[in-house]
Design a protein around this ligand. Structure first.
Ligand code: NDP
Length: 251
């Protein structure tokens, strides 16, 4: 007799911000493989978004790619109303979009401070706010923020990035308590060094230095992050909220 495997996220709908490249793309693919409908958003790199959609054509209309700047609340409202037409409910939000603009604090411009805070922190706030408005009606929801170990390590040159990532954890502490009674959980994963384009500007010598510090002596993969995200987004993780899970090779 044929054994039909049960997919963990069949009939669930997931938004992955920054879901067209890097870690977000890995998370989006993992959810698609587990049967979810995925809305992968991005900021401006149309070429990468279209290439991703084309690469994953076997998933058909279960993968929707949408340009939506997480800093823009009007764009977010429009995104949610467009999704409403396509899928009956949204169960999961992954706040993954993020940028880095490293500079020693004494030389850090206000513009670079604001860019990183508005993308990584304000973006997570705005997306979570509009997701929670929907989740509360359904009395179910999962939010997972892709924070960073940088939020607690405080590496030199990352005042803006570290503040934004620590801020995501702080928001999750508050929000998780606000919505706990409604069946909604809010958690974080804190990756260490993961091989994506975000680290492409690191000089080779600095990469080697960072790698020496990692007890596992290697950078992580997007799939290793995705595995933890899918667990926190699952129904089984129902008693975990306001928590942060490090995925850092032991850093
Ligand atoms: P990438 O640079 O590879 O991808 C970033 C994604 O975010 C892209 O899809 C990009 O869209 C999107 N994005 C950027 N700005 C916005 C915006 N304003 N609105 C909507 N989407 C936006 O990054 P990673 O995959 O490496 O990082 C993903 C997350 O993981 C980030 O939050 C990062 O801080 C975190 N992280 C990464 C680590 C690493 O070592 N790589 C370590 C720890 C945490 P577009 O393609 O249009 O530019």
């Amino acid at each position: 007799m044929e054994h039909k495997s049960i997919k963990k996220f069949e009939n669930q709908t997931v938004i992955v911000t920054g879901g067209t490249r890097g870690i977000g793309k890995g998370i989006a693919i993992s959810f698609l493989r587990e049967g979810a409908n995925v809305i992968a958003t991005y900021a401006g790199n149309d070429a990468a978004a279209l290439a991703f959609k084309a690469e994953q054509e076997l998933f058909g209309e279960k993968l929707i790619v949408k340009k939506c700047d997480v800093r823009d609340e009007d764009a977010i409202v429009k995104l949610f109303s467009e999704i409403e037409v396509l899928f009956p409910k949204i169960e999961i939000l992954i706040n993954n979009s993020g940028i880095r603009k490293d500079q020693l604090t004494a030389s850090l411009s206000l513009a670079d401070w604001n860019d990183v805070i508005s993308t990584n922190l304000t973006g997570s706030f705005l997306m979570s706010k509009h997701a929670v408005l929907q989740f509360m009606k359904n009395r179910y929801g999962r939010i997972v923020n892709i924070s960073s170990i940088g939020g607690s390590l405080g590496l030199p040159g990352q005042a803006n990035y570290a503040a934004s990532k620590a801020g995501q954890v702080a928001i999750s502490k508050t929000l998780s308590k606000e919505v706990a009674k409604r069946g909604i959980t809010v958690n974080n994963v804190c990756p260490g060094f993961i091989d994506t384009e975000l680290l492409a500007d690191l000089p080779i010598e600095q990469r080697k230095e960072y790698m020496k510090d990692v007890p596992m002596k290697r950078f992580g993969t997007v799939d290793e992050v995705a595995a933890a995200v899918l667990f926190l987004a699952s129904q089984e993780a129902s008693y975990i909220t306001g928590a942060s899970l490090e995925i850092s090779g032991g850093l």
